[in-house]
Structure formats: structure tokens, C-alpha cells
Write a protein that binds this ligand. Structure first.
Ligand code: CUA
Length: 310
């Protein structure tokens, strides 16, 4: 535990309070158990003139009360921790999405407007931010101690993390998973700034295409429209417009929700989750699209809305 570490997010205080409560509860048990042990070791030491003739009777009142007291205390801690965990993993719908790709040995960050940075993450304060993270190669771990966040970043999967920074400042960003020779240099900084300042920052600097525009480009280059229609309207292959968030019936009868992970699977391992009613002709794009472009392509597919029936 490091009490000198700044608490830069709303949840940081609660995480600290929970850890403190756990430590105190463990400390009380420790003192009680070792205290009683020490006391009886002295009291019943060899040669002490104590009367060992009449052992005390078992009392149910004592037995039941300590069992219930410890059960209540630790169950309370469990509920507190579980509730906090669930909240930490449910981003609010209005969260600002920023994409993070881990790579030996750097963090590549891309903002929805197309602004990129390396080993740095600019975020507005007092606004929920959701990171969508993946890795280009091995397992990394995105950790910002001042925010009390730490999450594995895995190849082939999208992991998300969200937080609301409270205090403006520059905070350390670490990779906390041994990921090879350059692991120790896989560090950076999180720059938390006022929302107006963030807007200014987004406006300045090198600005490429937006995420969705770049994704449309990937869609064109790989000829996705050949089967899925112009702007994903559908054709030989299923329609992509309006697909994100919808429920999809698979060939094996299962029903899945079309989230980011599902879209990714469809592109990389299409034979794994085939959509009902379509021929088995979707080729795999594994090895042809890297993680950064895949994120963009998925952002584009997410942006496609179903046309209102005319
Ligand atoms: Cu990446 Cu350690």
C-alpha cells in the first residue's frame, strides 16, 4: 500500500478504503489469534502453578456469536468488493472511447477523431473515459497506479477499462506484465486536463482521418463491400448496417450479441461463428489486417446504421 500515491479518480478513494478495511479486518484477526496464543503460552507454560484440573465447558453462546460476527464481517467485505468490481467494469453509455494498442514495447493510443500518440494518453477530467485495448503481440498490462487501474491487454481480444479522472495532472503509465526485453521501457504518461484544454489539444497537432473514415478505407481496400454491399447494406453476405449491438442467429442455432469481440471473430475466424442462412464463403483475414486497422474497421462497421425502410 502506498498512501502517498495521489488518488486521481473517483473510484481511487473507494478502492483505497476497501483495501484499508481488508487490512484492518485481517489485522484484528491476526492480533486476536496471536495475542491469545501468546497469552496461553505464558499462562500454561511448563511448571506454571496453574490449576489444570477443570477444563472450561464449551459455551454455545460464544461459539455461535464469533462465527456469526466473522461471517457477517467478511461477507460484508465481499459484497462491498463485488459491488465495486461490477461498477468498475460497467462503463457508462456516454463514456469517451479511446483505443489503446500494446506492442513490444510501446503504447499506441488513438482518439476517435484520429489523433494519435505514443506512450502518452491525454484525457479530459470529470468525464468518463473508456479504453478499448488490445495487443499486437504478447500479453501486456495497462496500469495507472494513481487511478488504481490495472488490466491485462491480450492479443486477439478486446479488453475495456473505464475511469473518471478527478484531478488534473500528469500520472505514470506502466506495463505491469513482463513482456520481453524492453518491458521496463514500456512506460508513458497519462495527461489529465480540463475538458476545454482537451478540446484544444484535439484540435492542434497532427490530425489524420477519423477512426471511422480510416475504417471505411480498410473496408474498401479489402473489398468487404463485394459481399456485404456498399456501406454494408448486404448482398451475398449478411448486412452489416445496424448489426452492432443486434442479436445474431448462428448456423448452430445459438444466438449471440454482435459486440466488438463478435465482429472481430467474424473477420479473423469466420468459420467459428457462422451466421445462419449464409454460405460458408467468408474468408479469414487473419494475418492480413493488423490490430490497429482491425479496430478501425470495426469502428466503421459500428458506425453503419440501417437505412430507414422507404
Ligand atoms: Cu508490455 Cu511489459
Amino acid at each position: 500500500m502506498n498512501f502517498t500515491l495521489p488518488q486521481a479518480t473517483v473510484d481511487a478513494r473507494e478502492v483505497d478504503a476497501l483495501i484499508l478495511a481488508l487490512t484492518l479486518a485481517s489485522l484484528i484477526v491476526l492480533v486476536l489469534v496471536f495475542g491469545l496464543m501468546a497469552r496461553y503460552m505464558v499462562k500454561y507454560r511448563a511448571g506454571s502453578p496453574i490449576d489444570r484440573g477443570k477444563p472450561p465447558q464449551k459455551t454455545w453462546r460464544l461459539e455461535i456469536s464469533w462465527t456469526i460476527a466473522t461471517l457477517a464481517a467478511f461477507f460484508g467485505l465481499f459484497i462491498w468488493g463485488a459491488d465495486l468490481y461490477v461498477r468498475l467494469f460497467q462503463p457508462p453509455a456516454n463514456a469517451l472511447q479511446i483505443y489503446v494498442v500494446g506492442k513490444q514495447w510501446m503504447w499506441k493510443v488513438e482518439h476517435p477523431g484520429g489523433q494519435r500518440e505514443i506512450n502518452a494518453l491525454h484525457i479530459p477530467i470529470r468525464q468518463p473515459v473508456q479504453l478499448v485495448m488490445t495487443s499486437e503481440d504478447v500479453i501486456h498490462d495497462f496500469s495507472v497506479p494513481a487511478f488504481r487501474i490495472k488490466h491485462d491487454v491480450l492479443p486477439g481480444r478486446y479488453e475495456t477499462l473505464w475511469f473518471t479522472a478527478e484531478k488534473a495532472g500528469v500520472y505514470h503509465l506502466f506495463c505491469t506484465q513482463l513482456c520481453g526485453e524492453g518491458h521496463a521501457s514500456m512506460i508513458g504518461q497519462v495527461v489529465a486536463i480540463e475538458p476545454e484544454e482537451y478540446e484544444r489539444w484535439l484540435g492542434g497537432g497532427a490530425k489524420g482521418e477519423t477512426f471511422v473514415e480510416a475504417g471505411a478505407d480498410v473496408f474498401r481496400r479489402h473489398g468487404c463491400g463485394g459481399c456485404h454491399g456498399d456501406q454494408g447494406a448486404g448482398g451475398i453476405g449478411p448486412a452489416l448496417a445496424g448489426l452492432y449491438g443486434a442479436e445474431v442467429k448462428l448456423a448452430d442455432g445459438a444466438i449471440v450479441k454482435a459486440d466488438e469481440a463478435y465482429l472481430r471473430d467474424c473477420i479473423i475466424t469466420p468459420q467459428k461463428r457462422r451466421v445462419a442462412g449464409y454460405p460458408e464463403i467468408m474468408p479469414s483475414f487473419a494475418g492480413q489486417i493488423d490490430e490497429e486497422h482491425l479496430l478501425k474497421l470495426i469502428a466503421y462497421i459500428k458506425s453503419l446504421k440501417r437505412k430507414a425502410p422507404s
